[in-house]
Design a protein around this ligand. Structure first.
Ligand SMILES: Cc1cc2nc3c(=O)[nH]c(=O)nc-3n(C[C@H](O)[C@H](O)[C@H](O)COP(=O)(O)OP(=O)(O)OC[C@H]3O[C@@H](n4cnc5c(N)ncnc54)[C@H](O)[C@@H]3O)c2cc1C
Length: 262
């Protein structure tokens, strides 16, 4: 569904990271963790493609939809300039989200960079609180840690440059977290750069731990029509044992066992 949504606020969180809140009752009522919205940025007149963003948070009672985004190019720069009162065409909720954990499940969330936007609703609604492993290039790219702590998820941090937390990859924190979670019904939920997600998926398969990963592939239509966002998934019936899957439609969330890592 496509909605005309008014911008209620659009503020800088830190550095290049922004948070925009839309009045979007139709989307807020239905959105699930891991789904995304496809936003037409009204001032991008020469680039008509929408931009996809994870649904970071919703307030169904007030009809609010929050998106947290990093300014990386023309579209997100224009988005950052939209004042309250501006109206965007917002399509959503799109795609397949995460499986909500049950009350026995110990959720281990693993997020890289703005990936922490995608896993937040899951933390908010998880009946049993777990842990967030948050990875970034440096401290400047760490966002939303306080929000997770507020909903009962302690945060462990890894940065590539060692400016905050563990120096190294967030997957190293996952090895520790999986060892600590032995005996619990752990379930790993990831979102971030593809290299990180593939390492995560392989590790969880090797450790026999269930995992779901949200892949942020460049997208065009966002509705399954154009095949711009395909990822390889396993398919035993195909000659090469894989097939293309449209991540905007069948994803963006995939089970670790579904992905083709070859
Ligand atoms: C399902 C999904 C969820 C996403 N969630 C978020 C989010 O919550 N917060 C956030 O900041 N970003 C998110 N992204 C990425 C976001 O869509 C892109 O950063 C944005 O489209 C860039 O637009 P631009 O015009 O500013 O950049 P451009 O000038 O078009 O490109 C700048 C850089 O962004 C990359 N990029 C461009 N378009 C896309 C695209 N459609 N998808 C992915 N990368 C792209 C390019 O490869 C390039 O490196 C998500 C992407 C997907 C597919």
């Amino acid at each position: 569904m496509d909605y005309e949504c008014k911008v209620l606020s659009n503020t800088c969180l830190k550095g290049e990271y922004f948070r925009i809140v839309f009045s979007a009752p139709g989307i807020a009522a239905k959105a699930k963790a891991g789904q995304f919205v496809h936003v037409r940025i009204p001032t991008l007149r020469d680039r008509i493609l929408r931009r996809p963003f994870s649904i970071n948070d919703t307030d169904p009672e007030k009809g609010l939809l929050t998106v947290t985004y990093k300014k990386v190019g023309r579209g997100t720069a224009e988005l950052a300039g939209l004042p309250p009162g501006a109206v965007c065409s917002v399509m959503g909720p799109q795609g397949k989200g995460y499986t909500l954990p049950d009350k026995e499940t110990f959720p281990i969330l693993v997020a890289g960079g703005y990936g922490s936007a995608a896993t937040f609703l899951l933390a908010k609604h998880a009946p049993r609180k777990g842990v967030l492993l948050l990875g970034a290039r440096s401290g400047e790219d760490l966002i939303l840690a306080e929000e997770y702590e507020r909903v009962g998820f302690p945060v462990k941090i890894a940065t590539n440059d060692g400016s905050v937390g563990h120096k190294g990859f967030v997957t190293e924190l996952l090895e520790e977290a999986l060892a600590e979670a032995k005996g619990k019904k752990a379930f790993v939920y990831g979102c971030g750069p593809e290299g990180m997600l593939f390492a995560l998926g392989k590790l969880c398969l090797a450790e026999n731990v269930k995992a779901e990963l949200s892949l942020d592939r460049n997208m065009c239509c966002g509705t399954g029509a154009c095949f711009a966002c395909v990822v390889k998934v396993k398919d035993e019936s195909a000659p090469e044992k894989w097939r293309y899957s449209r991540s905007c439609k069948e994803g963006p969330v995939y089970g670790a066992e579904e992905l083709y890592y070859g």
